[in-house]
Design a protein around this ligand. Structure first.
Ligand code: AMP
Ligand code: MG
Length: 401
């Protein structure tokens, strides 16, 4: 058994960020990582942009009654150059007419009048007020986003503003998912004697989808060499293969040996963690990877969060923070006799009096996946810590799904 931190380090060292790129429609770019600098082909704003509904004026004219020479809504370019003693009606988003150097908000006037009539400018305004300077945000040729940027909603807006569509991004890995176990039946089937429904495929599928990855599902491998060899050979064609079940100590736990027979070197096998101890991580010489997650549904989901998710993010070049950690006040007592492993407990984190409070979810072991429906994160007990007391502070790792 190796410590969690060492397993994470081995996995993160083995998985290199991908060099492969593709382009995707801007509409589908959220959650992807930009593979080339995005350079602006325009200035933003592209013209002196009015930011209040009102009258474009020459500030030095001050208050008074001035002839309206033009009406400029957004989307129309003004034709008339303002001269002293003249004003133009302007709407938010319109270009400021030449000659004007400020906008008086309509509230500070006698209201809108028609072109040719006189507008009553009640309050003078300082020069430069109520419009944005041309190129104030972005200059032509500026790199607005560097390669390696993670694309979120504001980045999508910036990409749109500089005409970057389609978007060059790093490719997502090709991922296959295989459940194993003689006892497993599909959700559409009623389990017979000794059988259970396959749930891991759906949980892991959802965790992959939360990373933007659409895996190919290889179905269920049975607990015999023939079935596993056939399924794992299919899975070995993928950048990442995720297998659940068959990795612990039982005499039907054939997955580790079958993975070695497929040419994977097992770099991690058994981690000092609860749940998730039997975790397997393997690498092939040509840069393909496999995770063997323990079959218990909570174990497989937690092992995915701790090990597979961060590896996939690294491959995809998702930068910065790998996990979402918050300080929480523990809202329950927990104790254990054997503190030999790092232990993760599902919790429900809510805000209470300006703090995060982590409540228990009635969890009673790694088969109890229904408890996870009430959880939005995990708290961790380090090796040798035998208890957590209600009211103490700890870190919670929030699920991003
Ligand atoms: P294993 O790791 O194969 O020894 O399985 C440990 C436990 O998890 C057993 O109770 C299995 O029945 C259960 N299990 C394994 N795979 C799945 C799955 N795909 N869906 C639900 N439960 C599973
Ligand atoms: Mg099994």
């Amino acid at each position: 058994m190796i410590p969690v931190e060492e397993a994470v380090r081995i996995i993160q060292d083995a998985v290199r960020p991908t060099e492969r790129t593709e382009t995707v429609p801007l509409l589908e770019s959220r959650g992807r990582v930009l593979a080339a600098d995005a350079v602006s082909d325009v200035e933003i704003p592209p013209f002196r942009r009015v930011t209040m509904d009102g009258y474009a004026v020459i500030a030095a004219d001050g208050a008074g009654a001035f002839e309206v020479v033009e009406d400029v809504p957004a989307g129309v370019f003004p034709r008339v150059r303002l001269t002293p003693g003249k004003v133009a009606k302007v709407m938010t988003g319109a270009p400021l007419p030449e000659g004007a150097d400020a906008v008086v908000p309509v509230e500070d006037t006698g209201g809108y009048v028609r072109v040719g009539q006189k507008a009553d400018i009640k309050k003078p305004v300082g020069t430069g007020k109520n419009f944005a300077a041309q190129g104030e945000d972005v200059k032509m040729g500026d790199t607005v986003l560097a390669a390696g940027t993670f694309i979120r909603p504001p980045e999508m807006a910036l990409l749109a503003s500089v005409g970057c569509d389609p978007v060059p991004v790093y490719r997502l890995p090709r991922v296959a998912m295989l459940a194993t176990g003689d006892e497993l039946v599909d959700p559409t089937q009623k389990p017979g004697l000794g059988q259970i429904r396959n749930t891991n495929t759906y949980a892991i599928l959802g965790q992959l989808q939360a990373l933007g990855i659409k895996p190919d599902l290889l179905g269920v491998g049975r607990d015999n060499d023939h079935s596993l060899t056939e399924k794992l050979a299919q899975g070995a064609a993928y950048d990442f293969l995720i297998v659940t079940g068959g990795v612990s100590e039982g005499d039907r736990d054939l997955v580790p040996a079958a993975l070695e027979a497929q040419g994977y070197r097992l770099l991690v096998h058994k981690v000092r963690v609860k749940p998730g101890k039997p975790l397997v991580f393997g690498a092939s010489d040509d840069g393909r990877f496999v995770f063997g997650l323990p079959g218990n549904p909570v174990s497989s989901m937690v092992a995915f969060e701790l090990f597979a998710g961060p590896a996939l993010r690294r491959y995809c070049r998702v930068p910065g923070r790998l996990v979402n950690m918050v300080d929480v006040v523990v809202g329950f007592d927990f104790s254990r006799k054997n503190a030999g492993r790092q232990e993760y407990l599902p919790v429900n984190v809510t805000t209470s009096n300006g703090e995060y409070l982590a409540r228990g979810v009635g969890y009673h072991g790694s088969g109890h996946f229904a408890a996870l429906t009430r959880a939005n994160g995990l708290i961790m007990l380090p090796v040798d810590r035998k208890e957590v007391k209600s009211g103490t502070m700890t870190l919670a790792r929030l699920f991003e799904w």
